[in-house]
Design a protein around this ligand. Sequence first.
Ligand SMILES: [Zn+2]
Length: 189
Amino acid sequence: MLNIITKLMSENDCYKAGRTITPRGITIHSTAEPGMRAGVWYELWNKSASEQGGREVCVHAFADDEIVMQYLPWTMRGWHAGGTDNNDHIGIELCEPAGMIYTADFDVADYDTARFQPYFDRLWSNAVQLCAYLIRQYPTIEINEIVSHHEGFLRGTASGHHDPEHWWKFHNKTMDDFRAAVARETEDK
Ligand SMILES: [Zn+2]
């Protein structure tokens, strides 16, 4: 059962800008901060950009293996894609498991797939359920517009990041797998 807790980041400059969107898609990210769960981001990001060293970022929700924390209204314009996908995509950050390690040049080091599989499976299920929930709420969202940050980058609608495929590949999962799972979940309900 999907557990969504709403706690709006009203002190974030993105929230204060208050622009709205008609959601047409969803951008899937992963945090690159292993072990930082969905709830801890509120303290870090619920403040102005100047209080974050000039960092202008806000995303609609973070998911971990237990909960979804919603931090922006779904129809508010977020700052997550670094490109035009911000104009009509809901942004979701997936929390990476504690113990996953990055090298200095941002490769994933010695990933232990078996160790992290249970976490990954629970997170995947939460993310699929969240996207299906959003599609039911906003029928303007198209399954094919559920894209990764990396896919947005490849087509020129998001900044040059590689999440979350840089991590999912260790679990043999692709964005096509994800879209198919969301489609199945949407039909089931
Ligand atoms: Zn990203």
